[in-house]
Design a protein around this ligand. Structure first.
Ligand code: AHG
Ligand code: MN
Ligand code: MN
Length: 285
């Protein structure tokens, strides 16, 4: 099957689409339509909301069909992220208003990682649960019930090649995590470049993932509604936290479907440290 490499097209984010991005998007749409419970969908790969099933659908689903596109062709873990909201509009299949809901309003959210095994993690607001795909029976088995993420993590995850583009606050935070500034409590670095995989490792082992705004991406790189928000829901449900540096991700009022946000997510004490340091550096001018 012809699934490797670039599709030769550009998506709404202005990014090169891989063939697998396009295929994953089609598979996700078909799967959600098949449930008969979804009225409207929104995808990273499509500019506008996608109508599904007006009659049956009580829910709206937003998704990143394939996260970690740069890792597709090199056999590194990639994933799928989804966010589920109750539909709030009345007519037809629904509209943009159904998609632009705060993360706090999600009824469920989660992700699937295609790694050394296929793992699905979700929360419906009552803890976080992990399942592994058993290829022999073709079913997901519950492997981790009610996941609790460590309060403080041992890892920090950030694309450090952006260092000179960050604010002084983020530069200081990373120096502290490296142990060359602050109280000398360094952390270990891990960065895969697939948000789901970086998030999942830190969820289980404890750690913090950051994708700040920088001079190249003034609003950050990651998308609020189908990357940051669903993972923030999972993080909070596991006892962790997620912030844009000042505001909890789940409290951000979305304005646009493909809105970007800075993201700081993971162990609760580490996220609090980042917010505190940003405030202090800002205040010191
Ligand atoms: P996507 O493949 O859905 O466009 O997302 C890619 C994202 C995310 O998975 C990852 O955390 C980040 O891009 C990596 O960006 P850099 O290559 O700039 O570090
Ligand atoms: Mn993504
Ligand atoms: Mn994607």
């Amino acid at each position: 099957m012809d699934i490797l490499g670039s599709a030769g097209t550009i998506n709404v984010q202005g990014e090169q689409q891989q063939k697998l991005d396009v295929l994953a998007n089609e598979v996700m749409k078909e799967a959600f339509c098949h449930t008969g419970r979804v009225s409207l969908m929104a995808s990273e790969e499509e500019e506008d909301p996608i109508p599904a099933d007006a009659a049956a659908g009580k829910y709206v689903v937003l998704f990143d069909p394939l996260d970690g596109s740069s890792n597709i062709d090199v056999n590194v873990s990639i994933g799928t992220i989804f966010s589920i909201h109750r539909r709030v509009s009345g007519d037809g299949c629904g509209n943009l208003v159904d998609c632009l809901q705060r993360g706090r309003e999600q009824v469920a959210a989660g992700y699937v990682i295609y790694g050394s095994s296929t793992v699905m993690v979700y929360s419906a607001g009552n803890g976080v649960h992990c399942f592994t795909l058993d290829p022999v029976i073709g079913e997901f088995r519950l492997i981790n019930h009610d996941v609790a993420t460590p309060r403080t993590g041992k890892y920090y995850s950030i694309n450090e090649s952006n260092y000179t583009r960050w604010s002084a606050g983020y530069q200081k935070i990373v120096r502290c995590f490296k142990g060359v500034d602050g109280d000398g409590h360094g952390k270990n670095a891990r960065y895969i470049g697939s948000l789901v995989a970086d998030f999942h490792r830190n969820l289980l082992a404890g750690g913090i993932f950051m994708y700040p705004a920088d001079t190249k991406s003034p609003n950050g790189k990651l998308r609020l509604l189908y990357e940051a928000s669903p993972l923030a829901f999972v993080a909070e449900q596991a006892g962790g936290a997620a912030s844009d540096g000042t505001t909890p991700i789940l409290d951000i009022e979305p304005k646009k479907l493909h809105q970007r946000t800075p993201l700081v997510i993971g162990s609760r004490d580490d996220v609090a440290f980042v917010e505190r340091t940003l405030r202090e550096v800002e205040a010191a001018g």
